[in-house]
Design a protein around this ligand. Structure first.
Ligand code: IYR
Length: 225
């Protein structure tokens, strides 16, 4: 059944002049250009409300038929982090030991990454992002479909990274493969699959990042005016 349509300005987002738009688009670009994937974290805890606000931001993402096919597990428990690190490093040893194949390993060489993942224990918070391949109604147990799950998840995870960065936190998108162990360790249902583990916290004072460049605008976009 069609939902009632409500007036968009009533939902709170103001109409903007061109000048305001130009300023805020530039300010946001400059903010986002400062984001880097960080692998060195301070162990200091971060306020829970910061993480909750970032996850709430992620959950505002558009999704196929508004099914919101995601669940985020916020892990700060040290024992769980230790378990996750042990299981992730086991997968990563196989990956770096040859499972990835030579081309992939060659492509990663400039990042200097390996199977050693101390940040999974050091960082104060891990946000494990699960996609729901189908949904199970909590009350009736009835199964229903999700649509464009990968696309929806990608957008939600992008919002999450932007929100954490905006709050001043460093992030690392970690994707040990396969990630089946996360469902088991975190006790998630079988309709869910972990797609990304977002490690977050304050960056270590001596954190370093590889010197990388982003492609220029004319390589990533073309104008057909
Ligand atoms: N998951 C591994 C390997 C890895 C893969 C890609 I693609 C990267 O951009 C970085 C790392 C790891 O986290 O080390």
């Amino acid at each position: 059944m069609k939902a009632p349509y409500i007036e968009y300005p009533l939902t709170g987002y103001p109409h903007r002049s061109d000048a305001q738009m130009i300023d805020s688009a530039r300010a946001f670009r400059i903010l986002m250009e400062k984001r880097r994937t960080i692998r060195f974290f301070k162990p200091d805890p971060i306020p829970q409300s910061v993480i909750e606000d970032a996850v709430k931001t992620a959950a505002t993402a558009p999704s196929g038929a508004n099914k919101q096919p995601w669940h985020f597990v916020i892990v700060t428990d040290p024992d769980l982090k230790t378990k996750i690190r042990a299981a992730a490093e086991e997968e990563e040893r196989a990956f770096y030991g040859g499972k990835a194949g030579q081309e992939w390993l060659d492509d990663l060489a400039h990042l200097g990454t390996d199977a050693h993942k101390p940040f999974l224990e050091i960082a104060p918070c891990l946000i494990v992002c699960f996609q729901q391949n189908y949904q199970i109604d909590e009350e009736s147990g009835k199964r229903s479909k999700s649509y464009y799950v990968q696309e929806s998840m990608g957008i939600a995870c992008g919002f999450l990274l932007a929100a954490l960065h905006n709050a001043g936190l460093a992030t690392l998108t970690h994707t040990p493969s396969p990630m089946g162990f996360l469902r088991d360790i975190l006790g998630r249902p079988k309709n869910e699959r972990a797609v990304m583990l977002v490690v977050t916290g304050r960056p270590a004072d001596d954190a370093t990042v590889p010197k990388l460049t982003k492609k220029p605008f004319d390589q990533v976009a073309s104008l057909k005016a």
